[in-house]
Design a protein around this ligand. Structure first.
Ligand code: MFK
Length: 548
């Protein structure tokens, strides 16, 4: 026989994940954990089934058929198997509905489900995230008629009444700078608003509704003049003719997700609230989808690491299993420490969101959530690319071969840094979130998490990095250009400080039960350094970018 290797086996993402289970035991009252256990088991089973199915089959992309044989415009999209299962699996296990229950742990319980389901969903989680965001933005709008009409569908526990929502913002001219939105809203003779324009990236075009930014007729330029509209996309079984799908995008990754270019040719629309300040109105949606983005990135990293760890116990080279090779083991442990830190931050944001939404948060925690949301998104988005790349390397050449199913992990990971605001857009958003004394909110939270920590070195390093962040803000606060130039470094430093303090809190909780691993993750993570400031001066930047 020639060159044969054992493929990696995926561990059960719930039953066999001690880190995830310990986090849930620490954060949830036992009765709550018992109440969601069956859903978590089932979603873990689904993830395992889907991995085996994907390993057996060739990956498929959705297919758009624009015309039927008789010349009728139909814009039919055929979806992959996981997408067809999406409405059933998510309503049966209350993925969205659980997050909107009336208690402080609701969001943590929702995102625990998302963590298990995301990779298996083949990015059905993308429109789900928007649906969750739309439900949240609708509630925040206080628009009673639209809430009564749409919310029961968005949060349905029955696939036959479930609606997916899109988030139609991005345009050719807009992108991150949505102030350049060109879609206009005009009122017809009956007073009905109708949207006209082109949306350049529409990831939920198979849904039943969307929230869309548009400029009301006669409104001025710029972002503040935009309004947020509610639209429905279906007339019974048929897509409304005023919504035209121009084509599906050919993307680096997220292949199963039918991302479309669309145009709106008079699609009926209803404003959520005032006919201005649409960005402010859509912000609750953005903060939810950014939390999903962070959870998706964390789940993808968990998948890549789980496979790489397993493979290291099977593959032999130079007379030993990879796991017994000191350098390979050291590399995997480095990855594990970074991952556990990201995991701690992402789940803290999810828990905090529920506490804030249900009035159970401490006074400083509203500002804390506002800051940690972009930090978690930007940090995990970047880390996912790096960690998935490193994980592929753990398989040698097999990691570069399509039908191992592994390269897809890296291709898909690249999206997390781009979706919902790039790393730099999110770094600037974290400056917005730091306005006022919001660094103080983070300090207060970190002091609480470190209160009983036994790791004096970690405590000292976290304080040193936090002090440096405070000094950085003081030094650059009055010079906007230099503050912005260093915003990414500042954001990464704050994300790492926060994650280290959260690891310390988990260590304090778990050490008395004899669990030493979080202490090890904390030591390793802190050893990689918490500070990531980048304060290059503007003259050098100009020289480096000037004529060669
Ligand atoms: C598992 C996977 C899940 C993920 C799936 C998601 C897939 C999504 C696919 C997409 O990527 S959809 C496109 C996503 N696009 C973006 O995220 C846009 C990125 N650009 C930004 O975020 C810009 O910073 C922004 C559009 C917000 C800039 O707009 P403006 O109008 O120039 O900002 P401005 O004037 O600072 O803010 C307007 C108001 O909104 C202000 O409030 P006030 O009017 O009361 O002063 C801001 O404070 C508020 N605001 C902005 N961002 C906010 C926010 N409030 C709360 N949270 C935020 N994040």
């Amino acid at each position: 026989m020639g060159f044969l290797q054992d493929p990696p086996q995926l561990a059960h993402p719930y039953r066999d994940d001690p880190l995830f289970r310990a986090m849930l035991r620490r954060a949830l009252p036992p009765a709550r954990l018992a109440a969601i256990e069956a859903d978590l088991q089932a979603l873990g089973d689904y993830a395992l089934m889907e991995w085996h199915r994907a390993c057996r089959s060739t990956r498929r992309k959705p297919v758009l058929t624009q015309w039927d044989a008789w010349g009728n415009r139909i814009d039919r999209i055929e979806l992959t198997e996981a997408w067809q299962e999406g409405p059933h699996i998510t309503t049966e296990h209350a993925v969205l509905a659980s997050g909107h229950e009336a208690h402080e742990h609701a969001r943590l319980e929702e995102f625990a489900r998302v963590y298990l389901y995301h990779v298996a969903s083949e990015f059905y989680s993308c429109p789900l995230a928007m649906t969750d965001g739309a439900a949240t933005a609708l509630k925040a709008s206080g628009n009673k008629a639209l809430i009564e009409r749409a919310l029961p569908h968005l949060l349905s526990r029955d696939a036959s009444t479930f609606w997916l929502s899109g988030q139609w913002m991005t345009e050719n001219a807009g992108g991150s700078d949505v102030g350049h939105t060109e879609t206009v809203a005009r009122q017809d003779a009956s007073g009905q608003w109708r949207l006209y324009g082109r949306k350049w990236f529409s990831s939920a075009v198979v849904g039943e509704m969307a929230l869309a930014l548009a400029r009301p007729q006669g409104a001025g330029d710029g972002p503040a003049a935009l309004a947020l509209f509610y639209v429905e996309t279906m007339d019974g079984e048929r897509r409304k003719p005023e919504l035209v799908i121009d084509r599906l995008k050919d993307k680096l990754g997220t292949h199963e997700l039918p991302t479309a270019e669309i145009h709106l040719d008079g699609l009926p629309a209803w404003p959520l609230g005032e006919l201005a300040n649409g960005v402010r109105q859509v912000a609750p949606m953005l903060n939810i989808t950014r939390t999903w983005n962070a959870m998706g990135a964390t789940a993808s990293m968990a998948r890549a690491l789980s496979l790489a760890r397993d493979y290291a116990t099977r593959r032999r080279a130079f007379g030993k299993r990879l796991i017994d090779q000191p350098l390979h083991a050291h590399t995997l442990a480095d990855m594990q420490a970074e991952f556990e830190a990201a995991f701690a931050l992402t789940f803290e944001v999810a828990h905090l969101l529920g506490r804030v939404e249900h009035g159970a948060a401490l006074p400083h925690e509203v500002a804390l959530l506002r800051l940690l949301t972009p930090l978690a998104k930007l940090w995990t988005g970047k880390m996912a690319v790096k960690l998935c790349s490193e994980a592929l390397e753990c398989f040698g050449g097999a990691g570069y071969v399509e039908d191992t199913g592994l390269p897809q992990l890296l291709r898909d990971a690249q999206v997390y840094a781009i979706w919902e605001g790039t790393t730099n857009v999110l770094s600037l958003d974290s400056l917005r979130a730091l306005a006022g004394d919001n660094l103080g909110a983070l300090r207060t939270a970190i002091e609480g998490w470190l209160a009983d920590s036994i790791d004096a070195h970690a405590r000292q390093e976290i304080h040193r990095a936090l002090d440096a962040a405070g000094a950085y803000l003081q030094a650059h606060g009055s010079e906007r250009e230099s503050l912005e130039a260093g915003a990414r470094g500042l954001a990464l430093t704050l994300a790492r400080c926060t994650a280290a303090a959260l690891l310390a809190r988990h260590d304090t909780w778990s050490a008395p039960h004899g669990a030493a691993r979080t202490g090890a993750a904390l030591r390793r993570f802190v050893a990689h350094g918490l500070m990531r400031f980048s304060t290059g001066n503007a003259t050098d930047t100009a020289l480096l970018l000037g004529p060669h």
